[in-house]
Ligand binder design. Structure first.
Ligand SMILES: [Zn+2]
Length: 321
């Protein structure tokens, strides 16, 4: 079931690829500080490079890993001769973790005092950090078939609502919203570079995907968008400042997240009202609660249609708390 959903999400995001991504190339954008954004591996990837080595946030889809790692090598060469040491995962979906196994094998972990937590097999490759629910979704109880190969699983998980590490002279925080896109999301904040990676909580390409089967919820997603807004601070005239790398789509700043948060909140409120009036899912769909936003985010075809979004919001709001 989880594997089927994984394939579903891979296909979904493949269907929303931009023309740059369809060219099968990885495009690099220097964001600010030590952070680069890699576009073209389906899910966006963040890379931090400085004298201590390389850290990646997510690894993209498995089909693109060779190109991703070649690009990371190229970027790192003039800056450091140290390897890839850390991989942070924003959530478990295969368009964000598909390259974990190969990337981990390409790296080396450090076991200094600067790492919060315990790294079990330090010498075997880069360490993979994620919320414990990522591990739960990628692995399986003893005796049953795991949906992903163990080489790509997190080596170091956290529970509770945050985790921190320090690398390349920079404090890095992972914030865990309980139930947003999935139940294992992490928002990654590079404090010195002033860059946030949101994972699929925030995407510029479509309505938010609420993976109900894997613990997502509409109210938790809105809370998570508000958490991103707590972290981001705009520069003068409300532009720039903290830069935001979405799970999919273009580089953003706080103003973009505000607009998206407002849109999601308005649609949630409309559907909530309709539920209060006793409307069925079919009646809600027919009432088109998203109509004014459809030109920007809507889709009648593909793997995450407007109808599917409305249905997910409806079911999430109707679910027994
Ligand atoms: Zn996702």
């Amino acid at each position: 079931m989880i594997r089927a959903l994984g394939i579903f999400f891979s296909l979904l995001l493949t269907a929303t690829l931009s023309s740059a991504q369809q060219s099968n190339e990885i495009h690099v954008l220097k964001v600010q500080g030590n952070i680069y954004m890699l576009v073209g591996a389906v899910g966006n990837i963040g890379v931090q490079i400085s004298s201590d080595g390389v850290l990646m946030v997510d690894t993209g889809s498995a089909q693109m890993t060779d190109q991703v790692l070649a690009t990371v090598n190229q970027l790192a060469k003039p800056i450091t001769n140290k390897p890839l040491r850390f991989i942070l995962n924003t959530h478990f979906h295969p368009d964000h973790t598909g390259g974990n196994q190969k990337a981990r094998a390409a790296g080396t972990t450090i076991t200094g005092g600067n790492v919060a937590g315990n790294i079990q097999d330090a010498a075997e490759g880069a360490a993979i950090f994620a919320h414990e629910n990522v591990m739960k979704r990628m692995s399986a109880p003893t005796g049953s078939q795991a949906p992903t190969p163990s080489g790509g699983w997190p080596t170091d998980t956290y529970y509770g609502d945050s985790q921190e590490l320090f690398f390349n002279g920079e404090a890095i925080q992972m914030f865990h919203p309980k139930s947003a896109h999935t139940d294992g999301d992490s928002i990654v904040f590079f404090r010195r570079s002033d860059v946030v990676l949101t994972g699929d909580i925030f995407m510029t390409t479509n309505y938010p995907i609420i993976d109900l089967q894997n613990g997502g919820s509409i109210n938790g997603l809105i809370d998570a968008l508000n958490l991103i807004l707590d972290i981001t601070i705009p520069a003068d005239k409300q532009e720039g400042g903290t830069m935001v790398i979405p799970g999919n789509g273009r580089l953003c700043d706080e103003a973009d997240v505000v607009e998206y948060r407002d849109m999601v909140t308005i649609i949630r409120d409309r559907i909530q009202d309709m539920i209060k009036k006793g409307m069925t899912l079919e009646q809600v769909k027919a009432a088109k609660p998203t109509r004014d936003y459809d030109p920007l985010y809507g889709s009648a075809t593909g793997f995450w249609t407007t109808d599917m979004f409305v249905e997910a919001v409806y079911k999430s709001l109707s679910a027994k708390k």
